[in-house]
Design a protein around this ligand. Structure first.
Ligand SMILES: Cc1cc2nc3c(=O)[nH]c(=O)nc-3n(C[C@H](O)[C@H](O)[C@H](O)COP(=O)(O)OP(=O)(O)OC[C@H]3O[C@@H](n4cnc5c(N)ncnc54)[C@H](O)[C@@H]3O)c2cc1C
Length: 336
């Protein structure tokens, strides 16, 4: 049979922790499920800093009732990737990797999902219901300043080695910026931190904050608070500080100023955004079904621009709400 002719009960867009949890819950409720991801399994986690440690204890990252054991109080990225691979294997999840969902046609009960693979080849899958769990990590919040397009400007931090001995500017005042600045400094980079706030953000984890503050106090990491970046050029960066304009030597910039969901994609699905509520996609709180019948939302995207409100810890429970709704709707439909 032509693969495109099969109609799945549920298609999940995004194989992050939430998408996997949703797929497991739907599968356990008796539905046929396929998951599609533009990258690899847990693509966002894969792109986190290579040696990062989660903020959360392992049991709070668990999905599908599978224990996540770790010798560490808080697991590392590698352990989490290993865990989610094992979960996908255990539940025999049908995950189609490296397939980007471009658009969706059809309607509740008969959606056609159009995808493009790494080689620009198009394909389609059909499903009765869709769950959208596309996260927020693919789209950085750009600063809109001169020089931001230079190749030396990065919006993702991976590891410190390539920056040994070099002048690196880290922009941002939250966890990602603090962690990157510390890691770079500990591995031999000459780090300057710039943040528009008067001090590091209050959301910086309590075990990271004293570390970064002490490095700044000791002058090991130069820091400009209440400051912004005006311009980035090949060899320098220019900052606007309370003491006036400062231009410093620079080889690399990490602009770690956050990320946002792909609102354009969400709107293309027909899902409305509540502009008065931080662009939260319109959905029923109890079922997570959006204003488009048959399209459900899950994970971090449910909170719109408030990307620090839903994480793995709480997004993993969205699958249960959706599975309950699917059960009641699809079982009723089957009985009619
Ligand atoms: C450095 C860092 C540390 C963190 N630490 C913690 C922590 O300790 N505890 C915690 O609970 N949370 C933590 N978080 C937050 C957490 O990782 C995210 O909230 C979580 O990954 C969101 O899960 P999700 O499944 O909704 O989205 P994601 O994990 O982002 O998954 C979305 C998936 O959708 C795919 N996708 C997107 N668009 C498409 C498309 N058009 N077609 C196909 N696939 C698509 C992406 O490739 C991705 O795999 C951390 C985040 C960061 C950045």
């Amino acid at each position: 049979m032509d693969a495109s002719a099969k109609i799945y009960d549920v298609l999940v867009i995004g194989a992050g922790p939430t998408g996997l949890a949703c797929a497991i819950d739907a599968q356990r409720a008796g539905f046929s499920v396929v998951i599609v991801d533009k990258g690899c399994l847990c693509n966002s986690l894969f792109h986190y800093p290579a040696h990062m440690t989660f903020f959360t204890t392992p049991e709070l990252l668990e999905i599908g009732d599978m224990p996540f054991s770790s010798p560490n109080q808080k697991p590392t990225r590698n352990e989490a990737l290993e865990y989610y691979r094992k979960v996908a294997e255990h539940y025999r999840l049908d995950v189609r990797q490296y397939e980007t969902v471009d658009r969706v046609a059809g309607f509740d009960g008969e959606f056609t999902v159009h995808m493009t693979d790494r080689f620009e080849r198009g394909s389609t899958l059909r499903a009765r219901k869709l769950i959208v769990s596309t996260g927020y990590y693919d789209l950085p919040n750009y600063l809109g300043i001169d020089g931001e397009g230079l190749s030396k400007v990065k919006h993702y931090y991976h590891e410190p080695h390539p920056f040994f001995g070099l002048n690196v500017l880290v922009i941002g005042g939250k966890n990602s910026a603090a962690i990157a600045a510390l890691d770079l400094w500990r591995h031999g980079a000459k780090v300057t931190l710039v943040h528009r706030g008067a001090e590091m953000h209050r959301h910086v984890k309590y075990w990271i904050l004293p570390d970064i503050n002490n490095r700044v106090k000791n002058g090991e990491i130069a820091a400009y608070f209440g400051s912004t970046v005006e311009k980035i050029s090949e060899d320098t960066v220019t900052l606007k500080t309370p003491a006036g304009e400062v231009t410093i030597a620079n080889e690399f910039v990490f602009a770690l100023t956050g990320y946002h969901p792909d609102f354009e994609f969400i709107e293309k699905l027909g899902v409305k955004l509540d502009e008065a509520n931080d662009r939260c996609p319109v959905c029923d709180e109890g079922t997570l079904e959006s204003n488009v019948p048959g399209i459900y939302l899950a994970g971090v995207i449910v909170a719109g621009e408030r990307t620090n409100e839903i994480f793995i810890e709480n997004g993993r429970f969205h699958g249960k709400l959706i599975a309950d709704s699917l059960r009641s709707k699809m079982m009723v439909a089957a009985a009619v």
